[in-house]
Design a protein around this ligand. Structure first.
Ligand code: ADP
Ligand code: MG
Length: 487
């Protein structure tokens, strides 16, 4: 896998000639534990404000944090999925003042994180994105600035909700290996699928359980320098990640091309305006005065514990795609089916005798995700066999499948109910012959005027469909037309 060939084009298409994008992503993943990282307060989304709060979350005097073992297990599962080394780690205090964090420090990990040196391979871009670290930390509370813009500078007052304070997070940091918005989106989507697959998070971007900060800079294409970057916050969907990166990279190129330079800062993505806006100047890590938290001991996972976690990892998206490909799927279809979480159904249908290509086609184009898990694999396989035998046209098969989901009947019953019957080739040929003899001029042109053939083909297929009330197999009609024209 190389980074250059696949990605140069994406950067080149979007930026003026001679520039390429350099992107590193930080993904915050909220872990799906029952309770918070250091307290017994409940970890749940959507409660009334300030309901899930314990004295530890507020750092009240006399309280002491106790590490949630399940959070460490989830974090290690994420680390292993990312091909990281899971190692001894130390919690550190990251000191800064903000009302959403009443301790005045956030418990994070600094120079000894739990997971280091991993990678993610992207199936579509064909690139490998190196993961620098995936550390454990607590989330902060949430402030709402009440005023027209929702931003602090013109707010009348601010409200603070500590339900999220102390919720366990894993922060996954890449090396600056990403070269374009599509690659960035694919990386986020793959990581999202991984954390969901290992059961560590629900991965819902819309609820904030997966949040992305994008670090963006540009450089002359092909060079390996690292120029000044900006960190973009507030990108809440895959779509805005792509838009924000493209906007920011273009802004940097414009600055350089007009003899100026970007400054290192945190910027906010404004989805409505379609642009980034300047925020605060970026702190250096020195400003946070990190030091090991004296209230917590180091965590030193034993090789046995790591091996046990590794042995009980659920199948990862890459393995699930591979299983489909070995069962006869093409790689693009496999990616889609795993993304739609329909892979175990598809494998079962293929196992029950359904032809892989047709099963994939239904699973990617004709099947709604909701309700699909109720389908019986053997009924689904029977449908595919009926279609392959020519007993159902593809349009009919699609309709039968939809009804199988809604009422659970067998494909044979549904087809019989609608009068979808096999039309054998002989019957179809006879119908076609009648149509040809009643439209001699059209047929004459179909045979002798190659430029009119496409249009007239539509005419003849339409006539056959009309005569057979849609029961003819369109593909077979086309084959018969070609055969007759050439004979
Ligand atoms: P910080 O300590 O400020 O968070 P890091 O060095 O940890 O900074 O990097 C944060 C993120 O920024 C990483 O994902 C990294 O890959 C990315 N990054 C670093 N330098 C650049 C650059 N020049 N252009 C784009 N991204 C960068
Ligand atoms: Mg950082």
């Amino acid at each position: 896998m190389t980074n250059k060939s696949a990605t140069k084009t994406e950067s080149q298409e979007l930026l003026p000639e001679g520039w390429e994008m350099v992107i590193g992503l930080e993904i915050h993943v909220e872990l799906a534990t029952a309770t918070k990282l250091f307290s017994p307060a409940q970890n749940s989304f959507g409660s009334e404000p300030n309901q899930n709060v314990h004295p530890v979350c507020l750092g009240l005097p006399g309280t002491l944090p106790v590490v949630n073992e399940k959070a460490i297990e989830f974090a290690a599962r994420i680390g292993l999925a990312l091909n990281c080394t899971v190692q001894k780690c130390v919690f550190a205090r990251k000191n800064y003042f903000y009302p959403d964090m009443p301790k005045d420090y956030q418990i994070s990990q600094f120079d000894e994180p739990l997971n280091i040196d991993g990678w993610v391979d992207l199936p579509v871009a064909g690139t490998r994105i190196r993961v620098e670290r995936a550390h454990v930390e607590e989330d902060t509370g949430k402030t709402t600035h009440v005023g027209d813009s929702g931003r602090i500078h013109d707010a009348g007052y601010s409200l603070v909700d500590y339900n999220r304070a102390g919720v366990p997070l894993v922060e996954i940091v890449t090396h600056p290996d990403i070269r374009g918005p599509e690659e960035a989106k694919e990386y986020v989507d793959e990581v999202r699928a991984m954390v969901v697959a290992v059961g560590a998070s629900d991965g819902k971007m819309e609820e904030g359980s997966l949040r992305v900060d994008a670090n963006v800079s540009v450089r002359p294409a092909g060079s390996d320098e690292l120029r000044t970057r900006c960190e973009i916050k507030n990108v809440n969907s895959l779509r805005s990640i792509g838009r924000a990166i493209t906007y920011e990279a273009k802004r940097h190129v414009n600055l350089y091309e007009s003899g100026k330079e970007p400054i290192q800062e945190t910027r906010h993505w404004d989805e409505e305006a379609g642009r980034t806006r300047d925020g605060r100047k970026k702190e250096d890590s020195d400003d946070y005065r990190y030091f090991a938290d004296p209230d917590l001991v180091a965590i030193d996972p034993t090789p046995e514990w790591i091996a046990q976690i590794a042995a009980s990892q659920p199948a990862l998206p890459a393995q699930r795609r591979e299983a489909l490909v070995s069962a006869g799927a093409d790689s693009e279809g496999a990616a889609l089916v795993v993304q739609r979480d329909l892979d175990s159904l598809v494998l079962a249908v293929i196992e029950a005798g359904g032809e892989a290509k047709r099963v994939l086609n239904h699973a990617t184009n004709n099947l709604a995700i909701e309700g699909a898990e109720a389908l019986s694999p053997s009924n689904f396989a029977d449908l595919v066999k009926m279609e392959a035998d020519g007993a159902l046209t593809s349009t009919q098969a699609k309709q039968v499948l939809a009804e199988m989901v809604s009422d659970g009947s067998t494909p044979a019953d549904i087809a019989a109910k609608h009068g979808f019957e096999a039309m054998d080739t002989g019957e179809l040929e006879a119908t076609l012959d009648e149509i040809i003899s009643s439209s001699p001029q059209e047929w004459e042109r179909f045979v002798n005027e190659p430029e009119a053939r496409g249009k007239l083909q539509g005419f003849f297929v339409g006539q056959v469909m009309k005569a057979t009330r849609g029961q003819a197999d369109g593909k077979l009609v086309n084959q018969l037309l070609a055969k007759k024209a050439n004979s």
